[in-house]
Design a binder for this molecule. Structure first.
Ligand code: ARG
Length: 466
Protein backbone atom coordinates (compact mmCIF):
# COMPACT_ATOMS: atom_id res chain seq x y z
CA UNK A 1 0.00 0.00 0.00
CA UNK A 2 1.76 3.13 -1.18
CA UNK A 3 0.12 6.52 -0.83
CA UNK A 4 1.10 10.12 -1.41
CA UNK A 5 -0.97 11.61 1.37
CA UNK A 6 0.00 9.95 4.66
CA UNK A 7 0.90 13.13 6.63
CA UNK A 8 -2.49 13.92 8.15
CA UNK A 9 -3.27 10.33 9.08
CA UNK A 10 -2.37 8.48 12.27
CA UNK A 11 -3.66 5.07 11.26
CA UNK A 12 -3.11 2.75 8.30
CA UNK A 13 -5.96 2.57 5.77
CA UNK A 14 -8.03 -0.55 6.21
CA UNK A 15 -6.96 -3.07 3.55
CA UNK A 16 -10.47 -3.43 2.18
CA UNK A 17 -10.85 0.36 2.01
CA UNK A 18 -7.52 0.63 0.24
CA UNK A 19 -8.53 -1.91 -2.37
CA UNK A 20 -11.95 -0.35 -2.84
CA UNK A 21 -10.39 3.06 -3.34
CA UNK A 22 -7.44 2.07 -5.54
CA UNK A 23 -7.68 2.59 -9.29
CA UNK A 24 -4.28 1.38 -10.49
CA UNK A 25 -5.75 -1.86 -11.84
CA UNK A 26 -7.46 0.15 -14.57
CA UNK A 27 -5.97 3.65 -14.72
CA UNK A 28 -2.59 2.19 -15.67
CA UNK A 29 -4.11 2.09 -19.15
CA UNK A 30 -3.17 5.76 -19.52
CA UNK A 31 0.38 5.61 -18.14
CA UNK A 32 1.59 7.20 -21.36
CA UNK A 33 -0.79 10.14 -21.13
CA UNK A 34 0.06 10.56 -17.43
CA UNK A 35 3.78 10.78 -18.17
CA UNK A 36 3.32 13.06 -21.18
CA UNK A 37 1.14 15.36 -19.09
CA UNK A 38 3.82 15.49 -16.39
CA UNK A 39 6.46 16.32 -18.98
CA UNK A 40 4.44 19.26 -20.26
CA UNK A 41 3.77 20.41 -16.70
CA UNK A 42 7.45 20.32 -15.75
CA UNK A 43 8.49 22.09 -18.95
CA UNK A 44 6.03 24.88 -18.16
CA UNK A 45 7.16 25.08 -14.49
CA UNK A 46 10.73 25.70 -15.68
CA UNK A 47 9.65 28.28 -18.24
CA UNK A 48 7.90 30.14 -15.43
CA UNK A 49 10.97 29.98 -13.21
CA UNK A 50 9.21 27.72 -10.68
CA UNK A 51 11.76 24.95 -11.35
CA UNK A 52 15.34 25.43 -12.51
CA UNK A 53 16.45 24.25 -15.97
CA UNK A 54 18.56 21.53 -14.33
CA UNK A 55 15.64 20.29 -12.25
CA UNK A 56 13.45 20.24 -15.33
CA UNK A 57 16.06 18.37 -17.38
CA UNK A 58 16.58 15.79 -14.67
CA UNK A 59 12.86 15.19 -14.26
CA UNK A 60 12.22 15.04 -18.02
CA UNK A 61 15.02 12.55 -18.55
CA UNK A 62 13.80 10.36 -15.76
CA UNK A 63 10.17 10.50 -16.96
CA UNK A 64 11.36 9.54 -20.43
CA UNK A 65 13.19 6.55 -18.96
CA UNK A 66 10.17 5.50 -16.96
CA UNK A 67 8.01 5.68 -20.09
CA UNK A 68 10.48 3.67 -22.17
CA UNK A 69 10.86 1.06 -19.44
CA UNK A 70 7.14 0.64 -18.94
CA UNK A 71 6.72 0.34 -22.68
CA UNK A 72 9.47 -2.29 -23.02
CA UNK A 73 8.23 -4.21 -20.00
CA UNK A 74 11.44 -3.57 -18.03
CA UNK A 75 9.47 -1.62 -15.42
CA UNK A 76 6.31 -3.27 -14.20
CA UNK A 77 3.45 -1.07 -13.01
CA UNK A 78 3.02 -2.30 -9.46
CA UNK A 79 -0.40 -2.50 -7.87
CA UNK A 80 1.26 -1.59 -4.58
CA UNK A 81 0.44 1.98 -5.61
CA UNK A 82 -2.97 3.54 -5.31
CA UNK A 83 -3.14 4.85 -8.86
CA UNK A 84 -0.99 5.47 -11.93
CA UNK A 85 -0.24 9.04 -10.80
CA UNK A 86 1.22 7.79 -7.52
CA UNK A 87 3.18 5.07 -9.28
CA UNK A 88 4.87 7.48 -11.70
CA UNK A 89 5.59 10.11 -9.05
CA UNK A 90 6.88 7.58 -6.51
CA UNK A 91 9.15 5.97 -9.13
CA UNK A 92 10.49 9.40 -10.03
CA UNK A 93 11.18 10.26 -6.38
CA UNK A 94 12.77 6.89 -5.88
CA UNK A 95 15.22 7.61 -8.68
CA UNK A 96 15.78 11.37 -8.28
CA UNK A 97 15.26 12.00 -4.59
CA UNK A 98 14.26 15.56 -3.64
CA UNK A 99 14.18 16.87 -7.21
CA UNK A 100 11.49 14.30 -8.05
CA UNK A 101 9.39 15.68 -5.20
CA UNK A 102 9.01 18.93 -7.14
CA UNK A 103 7.06 17.41 -10.04
CA UNK A 104 3.66 17.89 -8.43
CA UNK A 105 4.15 21.64 -7.74
CA UNK A 106 1.02 23.60 -8.66
CA UNK A 107 -0.89 20.48 -9.61
CA UNK A 108 -3.50 18.22 -8.05
CA UNK A 109 -4.44 14.69 -8.98
CA UNK A 110 -7.82 16.18 -9.82
CA UNK A 111 -6.58 18.20 -12.78
CA UNK A 112 -4.02 15.50 -13.53
CA UNK A 113 -6.64 12.77 -13.94
CA UNK A 114 -8.91 15.17 -15.84
CA UNK A 115 -6.03 15.72 -18.26
CA UNK A 116 -5.07 12.05 -18.57
CA UNK A 117 -8.62 10.97 -19.32
CA UNK A 118 -9.05 13.71 -21.86
CA UNK A 119 -5.79 12.90 -23.62
CA UNK A 120 -6.67 9.21 -23.70
CA UNK A 121 -10.18 9.86 -25.01
CA UNK A 122 -8.89 12.29 -27.64
CA UNK A 123 -6.57 9.60 -28.98
CA UNK A 124 -9.46 7.13 -29.04
CA UNK A 125 -11.66 9.58 -30.95
CA UNK A 126 -9.02 9.87 -33.66
CA UNK A 127 -8.40 6.11 -33.79
CA UNK A 128 -12.11 5.33 -33.99
CA UNK A 129 -12.40 7.81 -36.83
CA UNK A 130 -9.55 6.10 -38.66
CA UNK A 131 -11.24 2.71 -38.34
CA UNK A 132 -14.53 4.14 -39.56
CA UNK A 133 -12.79 5.58 -42.57
CA UNK A 134 -11.42 2.14 -43.44
CA UNK A 135 -14.87 0.64 -43.06
CA UNK A 136 -16.29 3.31 -45.36
CA UNK A 137 -13.67 2.46 -47.97
CA UNK A 138 -14.71 -1.20 -47.85
CA UNK A 139 -18.37 -0.25 -48.20
CA UNK A 140 -17.60 2.04 -51.13
CA UNK A 141 -15.70 -0.75 -52.89
CA UNK A 142 -18.73 -3.02 -52.60
CA UNK A 143 -20.92 -0.20 -53.92
CA UNK A 144 -18.70 0.27 -56.97
CA UNK A 145 -18.83 -3.45 -57.76
CA UNK A 146 -22.58 -3.75 -57.41
CA UNK A 147 -24.27 -0.93 -59.27
CA UNK A 148 -26.24 -3.50 -61.27
CA UNK A 149 -26.73 -6.12 -58.58
CA UNK A 150 -30.49 -6.16 -58.22
CA UNK A 151 -31.99 -7.24 -54.92
CA UNK A 152 -35.26 -6.68 -53.14
CA UNK A 153 -35.57 -3.67 -50.88
CA UNK A 154 -37.69 -4.38 -47.81
CA UNK A 155 -40.14 -2.59 -45.57
CA UNK A 156 -41.54 -4.55 -42.58
CA UNK A 157 -39.11 -7.27 -43.75
CA UNK A 158 -41.50 -7.77 -46.70
CA UNK A 159 -40.20 -7.42 -50.23
CA UNK A 160 -41.11 -3.91 -51.33
CA UNK A 161 -39.34 -2.55 -54.43
CA UNK A 162 -36.22 -3.60 -56.30
CA UNK A 163 -33.03 -1.79 -55.40
CA UNK A 164 -29.36 -2.60 -55.93
CA UNK A 165 -26.78 -3.86 -53.50
CA UNK A 166 -24.87 -0.62 -54.15
CA UNK A 167 -27.86 1.35 -52.98
CA UNK A 168 -28.35 -0.78 -49.88
CA UNK A 169 -24.68 -0.43 -48.95
CA UNK A 170 -24.94 3.30 -49.63
CA UNK A 171 -27.40 3.63 -46.74
CA UNK A 172 -24.75 2.34 -44.34
CA UNK A 173 -22.17 4.59 -45.93
CA UNK A 174 -24.33 7.56 -44.91
CA UNK A 175 -24.66 6.30 -41.33
CA UNK A 176 -20.94 5.82 -40.75
CA UNK A 177 -20.21 9.11 -42.43
CA UNK A 178 -22.46 10.84 -39.91
CA UNK A 179 -20.68 8.94 -37.15
CA UNK A 180 -17.39 10.42 -38.28
CA UNK A 181 -18.89 13.90 -38.27
CA UNK A 182 -20.02 13.35 -34.69
CA UNK A 183 -16.45 12.40 -33.71
CA UNK A 184 -15.08 15.47 -35.39
CA UNK A 185 -17.60 17.64 -33.63
CA UNK A 186 -16.77 16.09 -30.23
CA UNK A 187 -13.08 16.64 -30.85
CA UNK A 188 -13.64 20.34 -31.50
CA UNK A 189 -15.49 20.76 -28.22
CA UNK A 190 -13.25 18.62 -26.03
CA UNK A 191 -9.85 19.80 -27.16
CA UNK A 192 -9.16 22.18 -24.26
CA UNK A 193 -6.67 21.51 -21.52
CA UNK A 194 -7.80 21.18 -17.88
CA UNK A 195 -4.26 21.05 -16.46
CA UNK A 196 -3.65 23.99 -14.17
CA UNK A 197 -7.16 23.85 -12.70
CA UNK A 198 -5.52 22.53 -9.53
CA UNK A 199 -7.71 20.75 -7.01
CA UNK A 200 -10.62 23.03 -7.95
CA UNK A 201 -9.59 26.68 -7.57
CA UNK A 202 -6.49 27.06 -9.72
CA UNK A 203 -3.25 27.86 -7.95
CA UNK A 204 -1.16 30.72 -6.60
CA UNK A 205 1.85 29.63 -8.65
CA UNK A 206 2.21 31.68 -11.83
CA UNK A 207 1.40 28.81 -14.18
CA UNK A 208 1.24 29.46 -17.91
CA UNK A 209 -1.78 27.35 -18.76
CA UNK A 210 -1.84 28.41 -22.39
CA UNK A 211 1.70 27.11 -22.79
CA UNK A 212 0.90 23.69 -21.27
CA UNK A 213 -2.15 23.50 -23.49
CA UNK A 214 -0.02 24.25 -26.53
CA UNK A 215 2.61 21.66 -25.57
CA UNK A 216 -0.11 19.03 -25.42
CA UNK A 217 -1.74 20.05 -28.72
CA UNK A 218 -4.86 21.51 -27.21
CA UNK A 219 -6.58 24.58 -28.66
CA UNK A 220 -6.14 26.32 -25.31
CA UNK A 221 -6.84 25.98 -21.57
CA UNK A 222 -10.32 25.35 -20.10
CA UNK A 223 -11.87 28.55 -18.75
CA UNK A 224 -13.19 27.56 -15.33
CA UNK A 225 -11.10 25.54 -12.92
CA UNK A 226 -14.09 23.93 -11.16
CA UNK A 227 -15.49 22.80 -14.49
CA UNK A 228 -11.99 21.85 -15.62
CA UNK A 229 -11.61 19.19 -12.93
CA UNK A 230 -15.18 17.92 -12.97
CA UNK A 231 -16.24 17.98 -16.62
CA UNK A 232 -16.80 14.59 -18.20
CA UNK A 233 -19.20 15.80 -20.92
CA UNK A 234 -16.73 14.97 -23.65
CA UNK A 235 -16.63 11.38 -22.45
CA UNK A 236 -20.41 11.15 -22.35
CA UNK A 237 -20.53 12.58 -25.85
CA UNK A 238 -17.96 10.10 -27.09
CA UNK A 239 -19.77 7.18 -25.46
CA UNK A 240 -22.96 8.41 -27.05
CA UNK A 241 -21.26 8.52 -30.47
CA UNK A 242 -19.88 5.02 -29.77
CA UNK A 243 -23.37 3.81 -28.86
CA UNK A 244 -24.66 5.16 -32.18
CA UNK A 245 -21.81 3.51 -34.10
CA UNK A 246 -22.69 0.23 -32.39
CA UNK A 247 -26.37 0.71 -33.19
CA UNK A 248 -25.43 1.08 -36.87
CA UNK A 249 -23.12 -1.92 -36.77
CA UNK A 250 -25.80 -3.91 -35.01
CA UNK A 251 -28.44 -3.15 -37.64
CA UNK A 252 -25.96 -4.07 -40.35
CA UNK A 253 -25.11 -7.28 -38.48
CA UNK A 254 -28.76 -8.16 -38.18
CA UNK A 255 -29.15 -7.84 -41.94
CA UNK A 256 -26.10 -10.00 -42.58
CA UNK A 257 -27.46 -12.63 -40.21
CA UNK A 258 -30.73 -12.63 -42.16
CA UNK A 259 -28.96 -12.63 -45.53
CA UNK A 260 -26.78 -15.52 -44.38
CA UNK A 261 -29.75 -17.64 -43.26
CA UNK A 262 -30.65 -20.83 -45.11
CA UNK A 263 -33.86 -19.18 -46.31
CA UNK A 264 -32.24 -16.12 -47.86
CA UNK A 265 -28.74 -17.21 -48.89
CA UNK A 266 -27.95 -13.72 -50.19
CA UNK A 267 -24.43 -13.91 -48.81
CA UNK A 268 -21.84 -16.41 -47.84
CA UNK A 269 -19.62 -15.41 -44.96
CA UNK A 270 -16.01 -16.39 -45.49
CA UNK A 271 -14.81 -19.43 -43.55
CA UNK A 272 -12.31 -17.24 -41.73
CA UNK A 273 -15.15 -15.16 -40.31
CA UNK A 274 -17.66 -17.85 -39.37
CA UNK A 275 -17.72 -20.72 -36.93
CA UNK A 276 -19.11 -24.22 -36.81
CA UNK A 277 -21.29 -26.09 -34.36
CA UNK A 278 -19.90 -28.70 -31.98
CA UNK A 279 -22.82 -31.00 -32.68
CA UNK A 280 -24.39 -30.07 -36.04
CA UNK A 281 -21.84 -30.62 -38.80
CA UNK A 282 -23.79 -28.69 -41.44
CA UNK A 283 -23.67 -25.38 -39.54
CA UNK A 284 -21.72 -22.30 -40.54
CA UNK A 285 -22.70 -19.63 -38.10
CA UNK A 286 -22.48 -15.82 -38.44
CA UNK A 287 -20.93 -15.47 -34.96
CA UNK A 288 -19.03 -12.25 -35.67
CA UNK A 289 -22.20 -10.45 -36.72
CA UNK A 290 -24.05 -11.88 -33.71
CA UNK A 291 -21.29 -10.81 -31.32
CA UNK A 292 -21.22 -7.29 -32.74
CA UNK A 293 -25.00 -7.14 -32.29
CA UNK A 294 -24.62 -8.48 -28.77
CA UNK A 295 -21.79 -6.21 -27.71
CA UNK A 296 -23.91 -3.19 -28.56
CA UNK A 297 -25.53 -3.72 -25.16
CA UNK A 298 -22.37 -3.22 -23.18
CA UNK A 299 -21.51 0.00 -25.01
CA UNK A 300 -25.00 1.37 -24.27
CA UNK A 301 -24.36 0.24 -20.69
CA UNK A 302 -21.19 2.31 -20.43
CA UNK A 303 -23.05 5.42 -21.62
CA UNK A 304 -25.88 4.94 -19.14
CA UNK A 305 -23.50 4.14 -16.33
CA UNK A 306 -21.58 7.38 -16.78
CA UNK A 307 -24.69 9.50 -17.25
CA UNK A 308 -26.01 8.07 -13.99
CA UNK A 309 -22.71 8.49 -12.14
CA UNK A 310 -22.46 12.14 -13.14
CA UNK A 311 -26.02 13.21 -12.48
CA UNK A 312 -25.75 13.72 -8.74
CA UNK A 313 -22.23 15.04 -8.38
CA UNK A 314 -21.89 18.49 -6.81
CA UNK A 315 -18.98 20.68 -7.90
CA UNK A 316 -16.16 20.09 -8.04
CA UNK A 317 -14.21 16.79 -7.98
CA UNK A 318 -15.78 13.84 -6.14
CA UNK A 319 -14.45 10.32 -6.03
CA UNK A 320 -17.53 9.04 -7.87
CA UNK A 321 -15.77 10.27 -10.97
CA UNK A 322 -13.19 7.52 -10.74
CA UNK A 323 -16.03 5.35 -12.07
CA UNK A 324 -15.65 7.09 -15.45
CA UNK A 325 -12.88 4.71 -16.46
CA UNK A 326 -13.48 0.97 -16.46
CA UNK A 327 -16.66 0.84 -18.50
CA UNK A 328 -15.49 3.63 -20.81
CA UNK A 329 -12.24 1.80 -21.56
CA UNK A 330 -14.21 -1.35 -22.19
CA UNK A 331 -16.61 0.49 -24.51
CA UNK A 332 -13.76 2.12 -26.45
CA UNK A 333 -11.97 -1.19 -26.96
CA UNK A 334 -15.22 -2.91 -27.87
CA UNK A 335 -16.12 -0.35 -30.52
CA UNK A 336 -12.67 -0.44 -32.12
CA UNK A 337 -12.64 -4.24 -32.15
CA UNK A 338 -16.14 -4.43 -33.61
CA UNK A 339 -15.46 -1.95 -36.43
CA UNK A 340 -12.27 -3.76 -37.43
CA UNK A 341 -13.79 -7.24 -37.30
CA UNK A 342 -16.94 -6.17 -39.05
CA UNK A 343 -14.88 -4.68 -41.84
CA UNK A 344 -12.90 -7.90 -42.21
CA UNK A 345 -16.09 -9.92 -42.41
CA UNK A 346 -17.64 -7.54 -44.93
CA UNK A 347 -14.63 -7.38 -47.22
CA UNK A 348 -14.37 -11.18 -47.45
CA UNK A 349 -18.08 -11.88 -47.74
CA UNK A 350 -19.40 -13.34 -51.00
CA UNK A 351 -22.58 -11.77 -52.35
CA UNK A 352 -24.78 -14.31 -54.14
CA UNK A 353 -26.07 -12.06 -56.87
CA UNK A 354 -28.20 -14.70 -58.56
CA UNK A 355 -30.06 -15.39 -55.29
CA UNK A 356 -30.67 -11.68 -54.72
CA UNK A 357 -31.92 -11.22 -58.25
CA UNK A 358 -34.22 -14.26 -58.05
CA UNK A 359 -35.61 -12.99 -54.78
CA UNK A 360 -36.37 -9.59 -56.27
CA UNK A 361 -38.04 -11.26 -59.27
CA UNK A 362 -40.16 -13.50 -57.13
CA UNK A 363 -41.54 -11.01 -54.67
CA UNK A 364 -43.78 -8.72 -56.76
CA UNK A 365 -41.27 -5.95 -56.17
CA UNK A 366 -42.35 -4.47 -59.51
CA UNK A 367 -46.00 -4.14 -58.48
CA UNK A 368 -45.65 -0.37 -57.85
CA UNK A 369 -44.15 0.05 -61.31
CA UNK A 370 -47.02 -1.93 -62.86
CA UNK A 371 -49.46 0.47 -61.17
CA UNK A 372 -47.39 3.46 -62.36
CA UNK A 373 -47.55 2.02 -65.91
CA UNK A 374 -51.35 2.03 -65.76
CA UNK A 375 -51.35 5.61 -64.42
CA UNK A 376 -49.27 6.63 -67.43
CA UNK A 377 -51.94 5.01 -69.60
CA UNK A 378 -54.73 7.08 -68.11
CA UNK A 379 -55.90 4.91 -65.17
CA UNK A 380 -56.31 6.89 -61.90
CA UNK A 381 -53.70 5.74 -59.31
CA UNK A 382 -56.21 4.39 -56.77
CA UNK A 383 -57.80 2.20 -59.45
CA UNK A 384 -54.39 1.15 -60.75
CA UNK A 385 -53.41 0.12 -57.20
CA UNK A 386 -56.47 -2.08 -56.89
CA UNK A 387 -56.04 -3.62 -60.38
CA UNK A 388 -52.45 -4.58 -59.65
CA UNK A 389 -53.59 -5.96 -56.29
CA UNK A 390 -55.88 -8.31 -58.18
CA UNK A 391 -53.05 -9.23 -60.55
CA UNK A 392 -50.85 -10.12 -57.57
CA UNK A 393 -53.60 -12.35 -56.14
CA UNK A 394 -53.91 -14.05 -59.53
CA UNK A 395 -50.15 -14.64 -59.67
CA UNK A 396 -49.98 -15.97 -56.12
CA UNK A 397 -52.65 -18.46 -57.05
CA UNK A 398 -50.76 -19.53 -60.16
CA UNK A 399 -47.36 -19.33 -58.41
CA UNK A 400 -45.96 -17.02 -61.11
CA UNK A 401 -44.52 -13.49 -61.33
CA UNK A 402 -46.34 -10.58 -63.00
CA UNK A 403 -43.84 -10.76 -65.86
CA UNK A 404 -44.87 -14.39 -66.49
CA UNK A 405 -48.47 -13.43 -67.35
CA UNK A 406 -49.39 -13.28 -71.02
CA UNK A 407 -50.62 -9.99 -72.45
CA UNK A 408 -54.04 -11.59 -72.94
CA UNK A 409 -54.21 -12.50 -69.25
CA UNK A 410 -53.19 -8.96 -68.30
CA UNK A 411 -55.64 -7.35 -70.70
CA UNK A 412 -58.45 -9.44 -69.30
CA UNK A 413 -57.92 -7.77 -65.92
CA UNK A 414 -57.26 -4.33 -67.44
CA UNK A 415 -57.39 -3.49 -71.16
CA UNK A 416 -54.91 -0.60 -70.71
CA UNK A 417 -51.99 -3.06 -70.70
CA UNK A 418 -49.91 -3.18 -73.91
CA UNK A 419 -46.84 -5.09 -75.09
CA UNK A 420 -44.49 -2.49 -73.56
CA UNK A 421 -45.61 -3.50 -70.03
CA UNK A 422 -42.88 -6.18 -69.90
CA UNK A 423 -40.16 -3.66 -70.44
CA UNK A 424 -41.77 -1.21 -68.03
CA UNK A 425 -41.74 -3.72 -65.17
CA UNK A 426 -38.42 -5.43 -65.81
CA UNK A 427 -36.17 -5.26 -62.76
CA UNK A 428 -33.63 -3.19 -64.69
CA UNK A 429 -36.24 -0.60 -65.64
CA UNK A 430 -37.65 -0.50 -62.11
CA UNK A 431 -34.22 0.33 -60.73
CA UNK A 432 -32.75 2.49 -63.47
CA UNK A 433 -35.78 4.74 -63.86
CA UNK A 434 -35.40 5.77 -60.23
CA UNK A 435 -33.13 8.71 -60.71
CA UNK A 436 -34.16 11.19 -58.04
CA UNK A 437 -31.28 12.28 -55.80
CA UNK A 438 -30.51 9.40 -53.44
CA UNK A 439 -32.42 6.81 -55.51
CA UNK A 440 -30.94 3.48 -56.71
CA UNK A 441 -30.88 4.21 -60.48
CA UNK A 442 -27.43 3.71 -61.96
CA UNK A 443 -26.88 7.33 -62.96
CA UNK A 444 -27.98 8.64 -59.55
CA UNK A 445 -25.71 6.13 -57.79
CA UNK A 446 -22.75 6.96 -60.01
CA UNK A 447 -22.97 10.57 -58.87
CA UNK A 448 -23.10 9.51 -55.23
CA UNK A 449 -20.07 7.28 -55.65
CA UNK A 450 -18.11 10.08 -57.26
CA UNK A 451 -18.90 12.41 -54.34
CA UNK A 452 -18.03 9.76 -51.74
CA UNK A 453 -14.75 8.96 -53.44
CA UNK A 454 -13.76 12.59 -53.17
CA UNK A 455 -14.81 12.63 -49.53
CA UNK A 456 -12.69 9.57 -48.69
CA UNK A 457 -9.70 10.92 -50.60
CA UNK A 458 -9.40 13.60 -47.91
CA UNK A 459 -7.54 11.00 -45.78
CA UNK A 460 -9.57 11.88 -42.74
CA UNK A 461 -11.12 14.88 -41.14
CA UNK A 462 -8.47 17.29 -40.06
CA UNK A 463 -8.71 17.10 -36.31
CA UNK A 464 -6.01 19.69 -35.88
CA UNK A 465 -8.04 22.63 -37.12
CA UNK A 466 -10.26 24.67 -34.87
N1 ARG B 1 -8.03 7.89 -9.18
C1 ARG B 1 -8.68 9.15 -9.15
C2 ARG B 1 -9.72 9.24 -10.26
O1 ARG B 1 -9.68 8.43 -11.13
C3 ARG B 1 -7.68 10.22 -9.33
C4 ARG B 1 -8.02 11.52 -8.70
C5 ARG B 1 -7.87 11.43 -7.24
N2 ARG B 1 -8.20 12.62 -6.60
C6 ARG B 1 -8.60 12.69 -5.33
N3 ARG B 1 -8.90 13.84 -4.89
N4 ARG B 1 -8.71 11.63 -4.61
O2 ARG B 1 -10.60 10.04 -10.26
Amino acid sequence: MAQLWGGRFTKETDKLVYNFNASIAFDQKFYREDIEGSMAHVTMLAKQGILTEQEKDAILLCLKDILAEVESGALEISDAYEDIHSFVEATLIDRLGDVGKKLHTGRSRNDQVALDMRLYTRKEVVETDRLLRELLQTILNIMKDNLDTIMPGFTHLQKAQPITLAHHMGAYFEMFKRDRLRLYDIYQRMNFCPLGSGALAGTTYPLDRAYTAELLDFYGPTQNSMDGVSDRDYLIEFLSACATIMMHLSRFSEEIIIWNSNEYQFVEIDDAYSTGSSIMPQKKNPDIAELVRGKTGRVYGALFSLLTTMKGIPLAYNKDMQEDKELSFDAMDTVKGCIALFRGMLSTMRFRRERMRASANGGFTNATDAADYLVKHGVPFRDAHSIVGRIVLYCIDKKIAIDDMSLAELKEICPAFEEDIYDAISMETCVDKRLTVGAPGREAMEKVIETEEMYLAKVWLDFGEQ
